[in-house]
Design a protein around this ligand. Sequence first.
Ligand code: ZN
Length: 326
Amino acid sequence: MNPQLPSLLEHLEKEQLQSLISPSLLHILAHYAQKYPRYLLKVHKYYDEIYFALSYLVEQFFLKKWNATMVEHLLNWERKYVGWKLQSAGINRNKTYITCNLNNTDKKQKLLTLTLFPYLIRKLDDCIASLSKRLTTPGLSFPKARLYGCIIKLYRKLKSCWNILTWVIRILYMCGKTQYTNVIDLILHQKVIYAQRTDSSNTRNDAPISASTKLRDFILENGFTAFILALRLLNWWNENDYQKYFSVSKTWFTNLGPPRTTMASDYHTGTSCRICGSIIQNPAVLTTGFVFCYPCIQGWVSENQCCPVTRVPLLNPETSFWRLML
Ligand SMILES: [Zn+2]
């Protein structure tokens, strides 16, 4: 095994870390979008596009400055181009195998595959999910159903082929037969090695660096660590009941029990409740927009944590429905 190359285990860890970023950000955004829907619902709707743009900018910075992606740089790795190059020595032209730094084209290719590729996969996944949903709707014509079925099958086959290929490359990497750990790096002829960094204080002496550049570099280089820390903190905060001590005044309204049904001011909406089937008594509206009897939905969310009609999971079941004042 080449001592310069990180182990397969390190690569798997890196991929796991990389794959955690987007869902973690989405989780945080969903949490706050529920609290401030007016401002954040639009951001939530275009999350994929926003994430693509943000990751493009961040990764562009890291590739340009450090020859590595953000996570690779944090692990102290760098990228090298591996390939054959024509070298002319007198009359003879020799092809030599070289390892060199990435040039601008290599960086652009890596940047696009790193950011655009996952974005397209997410969009394709969404399309396939909506196609399979359409397949189950009644009244779909036979040729259409056949076409949808074929597309879904083909997509799944392509995906599993890609995964098998990735695993073959990983096993070859583990055995020392290749320098690449995934299909894209194999196509781009890029490998990852431990970075041999010189002390940054020595190399930066030649040109004075402005305070704003220093601040930008500091934020970009420590941002991810701060993000992971904030995520852990948020997780711990939500797992414990600390927030209840601070937000008592906000939740008193939803904690009110249903009004007594024997009173003269009792009212109903005239339509039937989808949980109990009878006419809605003391209506309560769920965040998904559906109205049920208060006791019915209270009992339902405490057991199921999702909307009874749409099956959309509820992030915070206890505060996801309100009494409806007609
Ligand atoms: Zn009911």
